[in-house]
Design a protein around this ligand. Sequence first.
Ligand SMILES: C[S@@+](CC[C@H](N)C(=O)[O-])C[C@H]1O[C@@H](n2cnc3c(N)ncnc32)[C@H](O)[C@@H]1O
Length: 210
Amino acid sequence: MTFKSWFYDHFVAARYDKTLAEITDDFRQICIDRTTVKAGDTVLDLGCGTGLNQPHLAARLRADAGGKIIGVDASENMLAQARARAQAQGYADRLQLIQGDIRNLRQLVEGPVDVVIATLIFSVVPDWRNVFAASFELLKPGGRYGTMDNYWPNPSLRLWFLSWTFAADAKRPGFEPLQQAAADFQLEYHPPDADVQFYVAYGTKPEQPE
Ligand SMILES: C[S@@+](CC[C@H](N)C(=O)[O-])C[C@H]1O[C@@H](n2cnc3c(N)ncnc32)[C@H](O)[C@@H]1O
């Protein structure tokens, strides 16, 4: 149990999807599309929460090709919703959920994985640069990494309110470690000219360490 998972268990889980599902769905799809998920991939959904990425991932993965999602989160009540969603939408056979603190990722997930998806997590988890490093380490050489989050050095009132509601810090440049580590880093902001923007960043782990 971490402070953030306690906060998410008690104050966020019950209203998370209602508040965030609709406004983030397009950017999740863009992130997953740009990151390129193939039928037989093992995908780590880092800090997966209620599993809002997982229907999009499951649609691209096939159990008979060995494709699967490993979702890790510390909050029991967030994970319960991810589990219920997978059962309701028929992809529980492609989903493994692990409850734990992603600051200890190396002890929770064996790896290697083909893809890491990290959405709305680096603005929330403490020690986020080390969490990124551990997740990038789990990626196979040539594996793909996609991340999506809010980042605004000068937050609008609406973003400030959203951040406060979800115990997030939108001033963290969550894409920066990927920019330094990936071979072909790309960064986009969506939607253009909105008062709350989401970045989508993606790149590939170099085949040989640089
Ligand atoms: C804003 S939610 C993002 C959930 C999901 N990735 C999404 O895109 O909807 C942040 C999540 O981080 C989880 N979290 C925060 N600190 C954590 C930690 N140290 N270890 C594991 N999960 C953590 C919370 O439980 C919550 O589910």
